[in-house]
Design a protein around this ligand. Structure first.
Ligand code: MG
Length: 436
């Protein structure tokens, strides 16, 4: 039984994420961990999932602490006081979804081994209901937000900026605007009323979804715009001119300031990171914050981040923290306008595209593509997540989509023509292999 994706369990609420399934997850988790803290995002189904999960956990004699509606990094910070943290959220998915993320005391998500353990125990129905006199009560854990704020205040200097914060009506609504005010900023909040229908905008903080934030930054003469996804583990920005500053640019910017010895990035990160970190070591891993945290831990890296907008500052926590990242970014913006800093970063032309491929053909197609790559004059080939082909001044990634019947191709190079030429060659190769 494979329940877990790269970021816990996710699916349609009250359908794929059914009450029975969630009770069962609670029963199994409660036999593995004795003190568990739970948080949830504002989705309409989160309360339902919370109660089912709590029942399952309590049935095993587990002590359950309820942190309430909090952002994932807030719960990640609270988890340090417990055996395990559980966050009820479907992150940036549409409102009809929900899910569960499992968090270790150090803030990292459950790794593949831990996820398989839960799955196996569920398949074998390995749960132990306790007798009536061993059932515990739930305990309210009200300090999670304040503790997270205090932790960030302790690591970030005073910030005198005008900032527009757009939480997309998600879980960060109860922390980011308040944190920024306490840091010394003038704060204008947009979509900061928690609402499980996400009425303000789609939950994923993409360029297309942040038009209101861009307008608000310009019309209010703000220095910075901050946007989160539904559970606040992601953060992207808008500069003082109203331009979207996405994950790739922020990854280079943070890498420049946070990295001394080593950084962990996924296989789809821009080679601009190589440029800005100089001689520091770059460790590339599978796409997904769980894998990034795991590698940070393994290599004792200074920082890890993904182009999707997840940022991990291991000196604070191994949980991706969009709230802390927002404060760190604002600290940088105090020194120089964000648009200046972004324009100074290296940028490389990219070409991206997809080829249709049935899900059950993806792995054989990739195997065939790999065999044919021998004709390409590449420097290095990595197979940890799709095929990442490193050339002297460019790279290409051939990676099956995790959610759609497609194979994605991304090429980045020094020159536009080179990116196009490599892309065309790889596109023809993959297309040929799909139609074989
Ligand atoms: Mg998220």
């Amino acid at each position: 039984m494979k329940l877990f994706g790269s970021s816990g369990i996710r699916g349609l609420a009250n359908k794929e994420i059914s009450v029975d399934l969630v009770i069962n997850i609670g029963e199994v988790l409660g036999t593995l961990h004795k003190r568990v803290v739970i948080g949830h995002d504002p989705r309409t189904s989160s309360n339902l999932v919370l109660h089912a999960l709590t029942s399952g956990l309590l049935s095993t004699g587990c002590e359950v602490f309820l942190a309430g509606m909090v952002a994932t990094p807030t719960l990640g910070n609270a988890a340090r006081n417990f055996d395990c943290g559980v966050m009820i959220t479907a992150s940036h998915n549409p409102p009809e979804y929900n899910g569960i993320k499992f968090i270790n005391p150090d803030g990292s998500g459950f790794n593949v081994k831990q996820m398989r353990e839960v799955e196996e125990n569920m398949a074998q129905k390995r749960s132990r209901p306790v007798k009536w006199d061993s059932i515990k009560n739930t305990v309210s854990y009200k300090n999670a937000v304040e503790e997270h704020i205090q932790k960030i205040l302790g690591s970030v200097n005073e910030i005198k900026l005008k900032v527009v914060v757009d939480c997309g009506c998600g879980a960060a609504s109860n922390i980011t605007p308040y944190l920024f005010r306490r840091l010394g900023c003038k704060v204008l909040s947009l979509n900061c009323q928690p609402d499980g229908f996400f009425p303000g905008r789609n939950s994923e903080p993409t360029n297309e979804n942040l038009k209101s934030l861009m307008k608000a930054v310009v019309s209010n003469g703000a220095d910075l715009g901050i946007a989160h996804d539904g559970d606040g583990d992601r953060m992207v920005a808008v500069d003082e001119k109203g331009n979207y500053v996405g994950g790739d640019s922020l990854l280079s910017l943070f890498a420049m300031h946070e990295v001394k010895k080593s950084i962990v990035v996924p296989v789809n990160a821009s080679m601009a990171v190589d440029k800005v970190v100089g001689s520091a070591k770059i460790i590339r891993t599978k796409v997904g914050d769980v894998f990034v945290s795991e590698m940070i831990k393994k290599h004792n890296a200074d920082f890890g981040g993904e182009p999707s907008g997840t940022w991990i500052f291991p000196s604070q926590s191994l949980c991706p923290d969009g709230i802390l990242a927002a404060a760190r970014l604002a600290e940088l913006v105090c020194k120089e306008p964000l648009s200046f800093q972004i324009s100074a970063l290296p940028k490389y032309p990219r070409k991206k595209g997809t080829i249709k491929c049935p899900n059950d053909r993806k792995i054989p197609v990739l195997e065939t593509v790999k065999k044919h790559l021998k004709t390409f004059d590449y420097r290095e080939l990595s197979t940890q997540d799709g095929l990442r082909i490193q050339f002297d001044h460019s790279w290409a990634l051939v990676r099956p989509s995790g959610t759609e019947p497609k194979i994605r191709i991304t090429v980045e190079a020094d020159e536009k023509e080179e990116a196009k030429s490599i892309y065309d060659n790889i596109y023809e190769l993959v297309k040929g292999c799909v139609s074989q």
